[in-house]
Design a protein around this ligand. Structure first.
Ligand SMILES: Nc1ncnc2c1ncn2[C@@H]1O[C@H](COP(=O)(O)OP(=O)(O)OP(=O)(O)O)[C@@H](O)[C@H]1O
Ligand SMILES: [Mg+2]
Length: 306
């Protein structure tokens, strides 16, 4: 069986910076996320997969067609992908409807078809009532939905969403994802996120990126079970001095907040409680992809919405 998305040894070098370094993975008919902190190379990677940024080296195939191959292959590969970029490709002084008509015309639709398809897409993403509003009057969640509608113009097999949930409050994030789940039936969805909770909730598989490289790829729950089987204790220390605690293994720290893995749960919590004056706050959490990230990279990843 041909993979829907096949990425092999993909790299991008900007001057001396290796923004993406030898990334390889395959994606089937599934929700696949690329999770990593700011600057880890997510946008650079999905731009190359979507056919908008030429790789320095490596291969991208969409349903067997070489995205950066000869003319015919490239045209076919591009027609299979709908790309919703991180920076909205919209005119903010123009209505949602007119923006979509424009995207349809760029995709080669005639004017009559472009108009009816735009109306249909606006309904599909729940923006029917807002069609006539200029983009700058829409909320952040509505703008994300409009960008996704523009990615759907060509009825793509693969929907690539760069940071769909970025900057949205929990309610807007839920309603955006209910739209994505509704319209993605039968499609492959490849999305990026710097929010471990979003990646954990909405992906069948996730690849964790750090400094341009893939740290690990797998099913969220399997990665959590493999790398962080123990509860995590977040401790707000009274000073920035690091504290070693028996029964706890230090995962990482950011300022006065330290994350410990409770290797021996009762010993760890008891010893932290005994620290008294050194500790301001203790919070025990179920581990998630944020903790897997810390474990596999040694770095601290801030979790949105916690
Ligand atoms: N056109 C460019 N020229 C030079 N450097 C670039 C260019 N585009 C990206 N970079 C650099 O490549 C690295 C990866 O950037 P990229 O935008 O892919 O990261 P990201 O993971 O998408 O980050 P974010 O979460 O902030 O969106 C960064 O160091 C960035 O500054
Ligand atoms: Mg990005």
């Amino acid at each position: 069986m041909v993979d829907v998305v096949f990425v092999d040894g993909l790299s991008k070098v900007f001057s001396s910076l290796r923004a993406v370094d030898s990334v390889s993975f395959t994606v089937g008919r599934e929700f696949f996320s690329i999770m990593g902190p700011n600057g880890s190379g997510k946008t650079t990677l999905v731009s190359m997969i979507s056919g908008v940024l030429r790789p320095s080296s490596g291969v991208v195939r969409i349903m067997g067609f070489d995205m950066w191959g000869s003319g015919g292959e490239m045209v076919k590969a591009r027609s299979l992908v709908g790309y919703a970029p991180q920076k909205p490709p919209l005119r903010f002084d123009v209505s949602a409807y007119d923006n979509l008509v424009w995207h349809c015309l760029i995709r080669g639709l005639g004017l009559v078809e472009a108009r009816s398809r735009s109306r249909e897409l606006l309904e599909l993403v729940g923006l029917g009532e807002h069609a006539g509003k200029s983009v700058w009057k829409l909320s952040g969640g509505m703008v994300r939905r409009l960008v996704i509608a523009s990615a759907l113009v060509g009825e793509p097999e693969v929907l690539v969403l760069d940071e769909p949930g970025s900057g949205l409050d929990p309610g807007a994030l839920d309603s955006l994802w209910s739209v994505i789940l509704k319209l993605s039936k039968g499609r492959t969805v490849l999305f990026t996120s710097h929010n471990p909770l979003e990646a954990e909730r909405f992906s069948d598989r996730v690849t964790i990126m750090f400094k341009g490289r893939v740290a690990v790829t797998g099913r969220p729950l399997e990665l959590i079970e493999r790398y962080t089987p123990n509860p995590i204790v977040y401790v707000t220390l009274a000073s920035e001095r690091i504290v070693e605690v028996e029964g706890c293994s230090l995962l990482g720290r950011m300022g006065r907040i330290a994350a410990y893995e409770a290797v021996d749960q009762s010993l760890c919590v008891q010893n932290l409680l005994n620290l008294r004056g050194l500790v301001e706050k203790i919070e025990v959490r179920k581990p998630g992809l944020g903790e897997v990230f810390k474990k596999v990279t040694g770095a601290f990843m801030e979790v949105e919405g916690r």
